[in-house]
Unconditional design. Sequence first.
Length: 648
Amino acid sequence: MPVKVSVIVPVYNPGIYIEDCIASLQRQSLPPDEYEAIFVDDGSTDETPARLDRLAAEDPRVRVIHQENSGWSGKPRNVGIEAARGEFVMFVDNDDYLGDEALERMYDYGVANDADVVVGKMAGKGRGVPVELFRRNHPRATVETAPLIDSLTPHKMFRREFLDRIGLRFPEGRRRLEDHVFVTEAYLRAKNVSVLSDYVCYYHIRRDDASNAGFQRFDPVGYFKNLREALDVVERYTEPGPLRDRLFRRWLRVEMVERLRARRLLALPDGYRRELFAEIHKVVVERFGPGVAAGLQPTQQVVAALTAADRYDDVVAFAEWEAGVAPKAAPAEVEWRDGSLRVGFTAEFTAAKEPMTFPREASRTPLTDAPKTVEDAVRWVAAETAARFGQATADLLLRERNSAAQYFQPVEFTRETVPAEDGEQVRLVLRATATVDAAALPGKGVWDAVVRVKLGGWTKECRLGPAPRATRPEPYAAVIGGRGVLPYWTEPHGNLALDNDVKAKRTGLDRVGRGDVSVAGARMTARLPLHAADGTKVRLRFVSSRRTLQADATLTGEPDGPGSRLQAALPAALPRGVWRVSLCLGPDAAEPRWISLPFALRASGGGTLVVPVPRPGRLRKLLRRARRALGAARRRVTPPVNGGKGRR
């Protein structure tokens, strides 16, 4: 059978960090005979070559190519392309890893859409990844219709025939941004690019030792020399005009302006900052016309203008002001409605920890020259941002804590101008409500609520919180898809998180009181602090000293509150004795998880009574106290050994 995908992994001294990569390749859902993994060892000096040779001897999907060190990733990837037998090639770095279904999903998506390039959703663990590109699927995308240019790393799937037909290979040698040159040309010459956004295909990892090549400080002269090569590709395949300006804007914004902003700039040593600024100034003056910077957001325009004017000190001073700008998000409501979690919140920007204010009335004024002073720059940014209030947005993302996978949630929001304390200016407050479908979250885990706010030249994220304990809503757990789902506030920070597979101790069912449970004949009814759709099926277990019985139960919503009412028919003729009761939220699970309830049933000839059961935690405390008291008593009556003289 032909190989569908060849995965190419350039390797250089990854140490233990290659293990996650290997494991993810071996877990792929694509049938084993339909893909191969080609590891190109670029002269590693650690134990990796031997590790890979053992792997190849054990796994027929794996091939290893050893070569002398070439200095960077370009040549190993090219060697891998020449050796590949797959219809598509997929590039993976040796310290990253794939989602288990990545190859199968990306291949099927690429074939279905006749794509030359398939871009899979990325998650960044300690590393930045594109966000807006993966807001939705783009089955047929171009650089004009989707923000493809935001994703220039090589971690994508490319049709092998397409690469051979246009003769596309990576620049080789010790250099930077070889992936920009390769991916940009692929985007501009592909007949179709497909973006798969509903599954995390690629996990981009920052090592614990921060030794990834992309995190090493670069030589500005060499870096921006290589960057010009990517600009050359754009010029080769586009005409002068708005499209070329928009593509150039990506490098101006990401590789230049963003490096000269706020804390990112201030964290660098002054000497290196000056060298970096000088090289960026050269590229801005040499390569970019006025249409490139004009499409930037206000703060970005200011940095670009000051850079073009060669005003290093003012760029630093503007960065010091901008370092105090941050978003703030406060929760308003968190409650279950009709099986979904509604999360209300407000969001705005702050400056120097105070609400950011703007002119009450403002109109857009083009920035034709660099502001004369930093104070003028700040005033222009405030006025220009106020004139763009209608473009401000607020989003809620849920980010899985372990994997960093994140998904946009449906949000409705309004923009409200609020008078500032001085009465002369205004604040912009975004009031939003997100609807979270917990059943749609992939897998089990803890998801942190992250608010993403866009205003003027800022796109910033913050956790939703903190919420003061006295005023924050305390939603119940819910039964969603046969498992417990709990919205909760983290400690000690008070930020919102969602446990998509809550364990028994955190469901809140230990709060059920004796008065919440009643038995009438052979039917038991209980009011539970648990949200559930009407008709949700659960299961009860009754355990006595020698027997275990089970019964089906149903949850319905309480008419006068957010909880639910459990109703169950007791096992026929419940034998005499005390029966502890447990609840299973997923009755169809292969391995049911039982939650102990804080009550028991006492069955006797006169009927069935509800009796309290001591909480296990309280019982353990009593036993520990008893043991300590008994031990102390024994020590008081036991005579000392050797007349009270112990060993020294």
